[in-house]
Design a protein around this ligand. Structure first.
Ligand code: SF4
Length: 442
């Protein structure tokens, strides 16, 4: 029996890229590959790239440069580039990086075995199509690996919002929702392989409108209620949402669906209506605040997380202050924040840019406010009992690490615990980015 070939995948960016890398490993599993964690051992190296941040493409070229000695030592080694930089700059990568054997976009990675076969024949391959066939269908019967207790599951891809700073509509295409029956089948399969918590993924996940097994169009809330019926699935999460797609039934599900976790990531980017307009976000600061009120009315203990961009073109100190005021009003439990970076091909990239020093100053002020809020949210957990799903051993002997319902990282010293255990934990301490606790019952 031929020895299995080794595949090394390096993943950048969002959870959807993490999910895609798992599916690409499954696709190559069908071609006789097993995963390795060291590029030195690999017969094939795959970079699954992200196009969100500045100089994303340049980072790919410098990373490829690191593998040149390996390729020179072993010419049979195949190197591929996947993900959003592949989609946006495929031909340029083929032109500039001679050591690259194949380039594949996020919509056609189910064709990886064919592309690898072409590369083995010495023919370089580029595939950044938006194919008609469903990649998930093509991967349906591939060998599947044992799973840890948590998993991502893509239910929706692409985006029709065209925010002025974002490349996603160009790299991931128009919004597509997977048929509900297929999502449920994949969820049951994950639970059958040991998963207890599933995070539903989509660039605009709450715009989900998949065909239901009853022939009707299902909303994300309808899908969540169906997932709620799966025995062995204890927790459901979803990300990333747009304020305009937070439907009444989804807000109600946060109030009524026990397995839907009290954590919501709801990006807003700015608190200034003028900048929200220039970003093409199609909502106001006021409508966002009212939405948060309605969500908190449905689930008062929900932890709200946000995304912020500072230094967007034309942002004044007054606009920035409006963002700070919105943050004060919402009081976030967690948040991601970035300096605006112009992305090639997006409308805002053509506009006059704000001085880098101004961006850095605003980011520092914004992050110190967000850190204060995040810390206060964690401190408020001390003395409370929360459910924790344990995922892996910690650094200390007998230590286990997991996540609470609110997605806080929690560690305990309890040697009887195993990955996959769900336990009641009394929080005893709040640290910079995690909580410590004592197991009550498990
Ligand atoms: S909604 Fe999100 S993914 Fe869609 S264009 Fe805006 S920022 Fe990008």
């Amino acid at each position: 029996m031929a020895e299995a070939k080794k595949l090394y995948i390096k993943t950048y960016g969002c959870q959807m890229n993490v999910y895609d890398s798992e599916r690409m490993a499954e696709a190559m599993g069908g071609a006789g590959y097993v995963e390795t964690s060291s590029p030195e051992d690999a017969d094939m190296i795959l970079l699954n790239t992200c196009h969100i941040r500045e100089k994303a493409a340049e980072k790919v070229y410098s990373e490829l440069g690191r593998f040149r000695p390996l390729k020179e030592a072993r010419p049979d080694l195949k190197i591929g580039v996947a993900g959003c930089v592949a989609q946006a700059e495929g031909e340029e990568i083929m032109r500039r990086a001679g050591l690259v054997d194949l380039v594949v976009g996020p919509q056609s990675y189910h064709r990886l075995p064919e592309l690898e076969a072409l590369a083995r024949e010495g023919r370089r391959a580029l595939d950044t199509d938006f194919p008609v066939e469903d990649k998930f269908d093509a991967l349906r019967d591939r060998p599947k690996a044992k799973r840890g207790p948590t998993a991502f599951l893509t239910v929706q891809e692409g985006c029709d919002k065209f925010c002025a700073f974002c490349v996603v509509p160009y790299t991931r295409g128009a919004e597509i929702s997977r048929p509900a029956a297929r999502v449920l089948e994949e969820a049951r399969d994950l639970v059958g392989r040991g998963v207890r918590e599933i995070t539903l993924l989509g660039q605009n996940v709450n715009a989900y409108h998949g065909e239901g097994p009853d022939g009707g169009i299902w909303s994300l809330a309808r899908l969540i209620w169906a997932l709620n019926e799966i025995d062995g699935l204890d927790r459901i999460r979803f990300t990333t949402s747009h304020p305009n797609d937070m439907s009444d039934d989804l807000i109600a599900a946060h109030g009524d669906c026990e397995k839907l976790m009290p954590y919501l990531h709801l990006p807003v980017q700015s608190g200034s209506d003028r900048i929200l307009k220039r970003m093409n976000r199609s909502h106001s600061a006021e409508s966002y605040l009212r939405l948060i009120e309605r969500i908190r009315a449905a689930r008062p203990d929900i932890l709200i997380s946000g995304d912020f961009i500072v230094g967007f073109p034309e942002e004044t100190e007054a606009d920035f202050q409006a963002t700070m005021d919105l943050i004060e009003a919402v009081n976030y439990g967690y948040a991601f924040s970035f300096k605006y970076s112009p992305r090639p091909g997006t409308p805002a990239a053509e506009r006059e840019q704000i001085d880098e020093a101004v961006k850095s100053d605003r980011l520092t002020r914004l992050q110190s406010l967000l850190t204060r809020q995040q810390r206060a949210a964690q401190d408020a957990m001390v003395g409370r009992r929360v459910k924790v799903l344990f995922e892996k051993p910690g650094r200390l002997p007998g230590q286990m690490v997991g996540k609470s319902d609110y997605l806080h990282a929690v560690h305990v010293r309890e040697s009887t615990l195993r990955a996959g255990d769900l336990a009641d934990v009394e929080i005893t301490e709040s640290g910079a980015n995690s909580l410590a606790g004592r197991v009550c019952l498990h």
